[in-house]
Design a protein around this ligand. Structure first.
Ligand SMILES: Nc1ncnc2c1ncn2[C@@H]1O[C@H](COP(=O)(O)OP(=O)(O)OP(=O)(O)O)[C@@H](O)[C@H]1O
Length: 264
């Protein structure tokens, strides 16, 4: 892929990525740029490898080929210490929250701090409580176990944990899946607000057209084992590809567009 906007700072650069599980090739020669400070929405049909892409960038899946640079570090070849350092500069919130079930919300948020920072427990508690209020959870949520929270609260708790180390990049896998429309819109507002106030870059896998219209600066479409196209959402209707056409010009897209314009 040609970088047609070289003046922008790519906080994540993926080149020639190949992911394969046995005979199944999921990604082949996939390229992607994520610009610093943007909210990038990753979309594509079911099974096109959106989650695998996220998992590969954060090191949970080892690709068959390719390079991945995050904040200037080649995360696939960097020495352990350098890799760990760059890992502290991103946070991940998985679809189901993936919180430690036997730890309270506050303990969950403190877990990355315990692993990477040398701070007193009291300070970590204070910082943890701050992150918990930052994502709009009440302080009484601090002492609850994940099983004692609603689905929407669990997603916010997972986001608080993702923000634990003041990351520059947040990866979100299907953040609004399973939320009712009001909860999903509130979550979108929160992400937009955090992105604006903290200047973080957001890499978001989603099926949620409302989220795409409400908060994404750009969209990357996965199809045919690669990033078929990337660009602002308004440009998607011009893409001559059956899935992209159906997705971005269907009735749900039209409804989401109207809402997005109304909410902007
Ligand atoms: N660890 C694994 N072992 C084998 N196959 C895998 C593994 N992880 C993912 N796959 C396969 O890779 C393909 C892409 O999976 P992925 O979860 O990334 O899709 P997706 O685009 O996120 O789909 P959806 O929108 O349905 O969540 C699927 O066919 C899946 O079965």
């Amino acid at each position: 892929m040609k970088d047609d906007t070289p003046q922008r700072d790519a906080i994540i650069k993926v080149r020639g990525l190949r992911n394969q599980f046995g005979p199944q090739v999921v990604h082949d020669n996939l390229d992607l740029n994520v610009w610093r400070g943007e909210v990038l929405g990753i979309v594509g049909g079911s099974g096109t490898g959106k989650s695998v892409l996220l998992r590969t960038i954060v090191g949970l899946n080892k690709p068959a080929a390719g390079t991945i640079e995050v904040l200037g570090t080649n995360v696939l070849t960097a020495p352990e210490e350098e890799r760990r350092k760059v890992e502290t500069r991103w946070g991940v919130a998985f679809q189901d929250g993936a919180l430690f079930s036997s730890l309270t919300v506050l303990q969950n948020v403190m877990a990355p701090m315990r692993e990477h920072l040398k701070l007193s427990t009291n300070l970590m508690k204070e910082l943890g409580a701050l992150k918990i209020s930052l994502v709009g959870l009440p302080q009484l949520a601090c002492d609850k176990l994940p099983s004692e929270l609603s689905g929407g609260m669990r997603k916010r708790a997972a986001l608080a944990r993702a923000l634990a180390l003041d990351p520059q990049i947040v990866f979100l896998d299907e953040p609004t899946a399973g939320l009712d429309p009001v909860g999903a819109a509130a979550y979108d507002d929160l992400i937009g607000e955090l992105q604006r106030s903290l200047g973080i870059t957001v890499f978001m896998v989603t099926h949620d057209l409302d989220s795409l219209y409400a908060i994404c600066d750009r969209i990357a479409v996965l199809a045919e084992k690669r990033v078929l196209v990337e660009g602002p959402i308004e440009t998607m209707t011009d893409v001559d590809h059956p899935w992209v056409q159906e997705y971005f010009t269907g009735p749900r897209a039209r409804a989401a567009q109207v809402k997005g314009i109304g909410g902007a």
